[in-house]
Write a protein that binds this ligand. Structure first.
Ligand code: F6R
Length: 617
């Protein structure tokens, strides 16, 4: 996580850096800082908390300079305070560094530097870097020309680093240049009119750059007011053609809503409308049709909410299309991938397209597949809301969610988009395999109604969930139950509540309750149970009854019918085939979590300890 920006040109740089950081705040928001350099002066300004605090500080004490670096932090090493915020400086205050990633060997490096007399000011892993750069600068022979000194010193420093990082460095000795390096963490160069930028992600480059150059792992760039020079890992100059920066709407507007999350929940009817057209159209996309041909099995790699969408996806692929499918935590897969089987499609699911574990798992799979089947291109597909992300550059095929910017850290409309992407894939594969035709027809018919149903439900459900949220003021634990295709929705409901309200919640397959978790239940633990008509409807109701018998307050999510009268409160959804129901049952889950958190007065859009894009392992 963390977002870094850097800029150099002829304009005062601090406002440009702040604007870039604003667009990267989704990557971390526990502290922020920037450093600028001008002849004879290097200024650094840092503040704990959100970017607004840094902005206020800079208004009181503006900093000069047309070259600078900035950072918005999600703490890994060291508490989120101003001392540990970036930039980190060397002891003499001449070298400043911002970093996104983790320096895994920072402890031995620090020990070594301390033994040689360096004194450290922070608890961060990053602080070793300015020390190493300063040391390298001091030891460079005079034969290294001034314009090469910073680049060579940074190259020597990064040779000693282990881990994954993207970093930007400025130096008082050469105030008209900055050096950036990428190694397993995202970093892009932006080319503007006589000014040059670098950032962790494209939104920070929108409005200032017209084209971008992406750095590959191990590459380095030197930016000056005259242009950008690229170098490979061995210090050789390389050339790369810039790509036009595709315009995206990165400006976020809450409209009439109190929080972005609520707005994004309400935008789901539009996301569905876009997808339903694509789900019902065949083929979905030409390149994708080829990737899906002759697939015998599917493995899905994802984290968090995206993994829950993948669980829904696997259920659809198996039950609708008859294709055996497995879901893996990307963080587990990368260290223990299952044995290779031929004709396997691997799908990486990540709304941000930047999740380090998902990217690493996909990279490993790509390498394994290339070794197994050297003559055929690896079958890899990415499902993301950011086709311009690292994922977009990694895999040969992308299914773009087209859900629009999601600003709230808790994923909502991208989750719905991910599920819909799986309906599109499963329906397409079902037509290839000619399987489950009655279910396929029912599913298509139900999907056609979805946008309208969602729109009506969102309006009706909002107030119900707001009223229900009052009863959660003292709640400490909540249990979510679901079965079959709605089990992942129970997991998602619990995750949403945990993330934004900080209430402990767990999702279980309803049939598992009696095997242990039932011991948790009493009158203080509400149970949210998804009960949609289908083969196990009666069993779900029995599981709910078992909870009620332990005095738990029962909140049901399902259609209004005689059977659902057992619930103390019912959050009603329209009556639809069970296979389509997750697209509706998720809405009350999201709204309930939102209203509970909003009622508690919490920072719904930027909950503590989280970030929208998890770029560290
Ligand atoms: C939950 C949430 C996280 C993400 C997870 C993966 O609301 O946002 O659990 O789902 O960090 O992120 P992506 O989808 O970007 O790979």
């Amino acid at each position: 996580m963390c977002g870094i920006v850097a800029a150099i040109g002829s304009r005062k740089v601090a406002p440009l850096l702040l604007q870039g950081l604003q667009r990267l705040e989704y990557r971390g928001y526990d502290s922020a800082g920037l450093a600028t350099v001008a002849p004879g002066q290097l200024h650094c300004c840092k503040a704990e908390g959100k970017l607004v605090n840094l902005r206020e500080k800079l208004e009181k004490t503006p900093v000069a300079g047309c070259c600078g670096i900035g950072h918005t932090r999600w703490a890994t090493h060291g508490k989120p305070d101003a001392r540990n915020a970036h930039p980190q400086l060397d002891e003499a205050g001449q070298v400043a560094v911002v970093q996104n990633g983790i320096i895994e060997n920072h402890r031995p490096l620090r020990q070594h530097l301390e033994q040689r007399g360096s004194r450290f000011n922070s608890d961060t892993d990053t602080e070793v870097i300015p020390h190493l750069v300063a040391q390298a600068l001091a030891n460079l022979p005079d034969t290294v020309p001034p314009t090469d000194r910073l680049r060579v010193a940074v190259a020597q420093a990064v040779q000693q680093l282990e881990g994954a990082y993207a970093l930007a460095v400025i130096w008082l000795g050469q105030p008209e240049e900055l050096v950036v390096v990428r190694y397993h963490a995202p970093l892009l160069i932006g080319l503007g009119e006589g000014e040059f930028f670098c950032a962790s992600d494209t939104p920070a480059l929108a409005d200032v750059a017209s084209s971008i150059v992406s750095l590959e792992d191990g590459e380095m760039a030197r930016l000056t007011p005259l242009g950008v020079e690229l170098f490979d890992g061995s210090g050789q100059r390389i050339q790369r053609t810039p790509q036009p920066l595709r315009g995206g709407n990165y400006t976020a507007d809450k409209r009439q809503f109190r929080h972005f999350m609520l707005k994004e929940i309400h935008e789901q009817a539009d996301v569905a409308a876009g997808w339903v057209e694509r789900c019902l159209a065949a083929p979905i996309d030409e390149g994708l049709t080829t990737a899906l041909q002759n697939v015998q099995r599917v493995q899905l790699l994802a984290c968090g909410t995206s993994r829950h969408a993948a669980l829904v996806g696997a259920h659809l692929l198996e039950q609708l299309a008859g294709v055996p499918s497995s879901v893996h935590y990307a963080s587990e897969f990368r260290y223990a991938p299952p044995p290779l089987l031929p004709q396997t499609l691997t799908i990486g699911v990540t709304q941000s397209g930047e999740t380090a574990d998902t990217l690493a798992a996909l990279t490993i799979e790509m390498e394994r597949r290339r070794a197994l089947e050297p003559n055929s291109p690896p079958r890899l597909l990415g499902i993301t809301n950011r086709p311009d992300s690292s994922l977009g550059r990694l895999v040969p095929h992308i299914l773009d969610l087209k859900a629009g910017v999601e600003t709230g850290v808790a994923a909502t409309k991208t989750f719905l988009g991910q599920m819909l992407a799986f309906y599109a894939i499963a329906l397409h594969m079902a037509s290839q395999h000619q399987s489950a035709s009655a279910q396929v027809t029912a599913c298509r018919q139900a999907l056609a109604q979805l946008p309208e149903q969602l729109s009506r439900m969102l309006h009706a459900m909002d107030q119900c969930c707001a009223d229900l949220a009052h009863g959660f003021a003292e709640t400490k634990d909540v249990i979510y139950l679901g079965r079959g295709i709605n089990y992942p929705i129970a997991l998602e409901g619990a995750l949403k509540l945990k993330e934004i309200s900080y209430i402990h919640a767990e999702g279980y397959p309803a049939g598992e309750m009696k095997h242990g978790p039932i011991a948790l239940l009493d009158q203080h633990v509400p149970v949210v149970s998804i009960a949609t008509p289908g083969p196990v409807f009666e069993k779900v109701l029995s599981n709910a009854q078992e909870a009620k018998a332990r005095d738990a307050r029962l909140i049901g999510i399902g259609p209004v019918c005689a059977d659902t009268e057992i619930f103390d409160v019912l959050l009603p959804i329209p009556s639809v085939p069970e296979l389509v129901s997750p697209l509706l049952t998720v809405v009350p889950m999201q709204l309930l979590a939102y209203h509970v958190a909003a009622h508690r007065g919490l920072d719904v859009d930027q909950p503590r300890n989280l970030a929208k894009s998890v770029t560290v392992e």
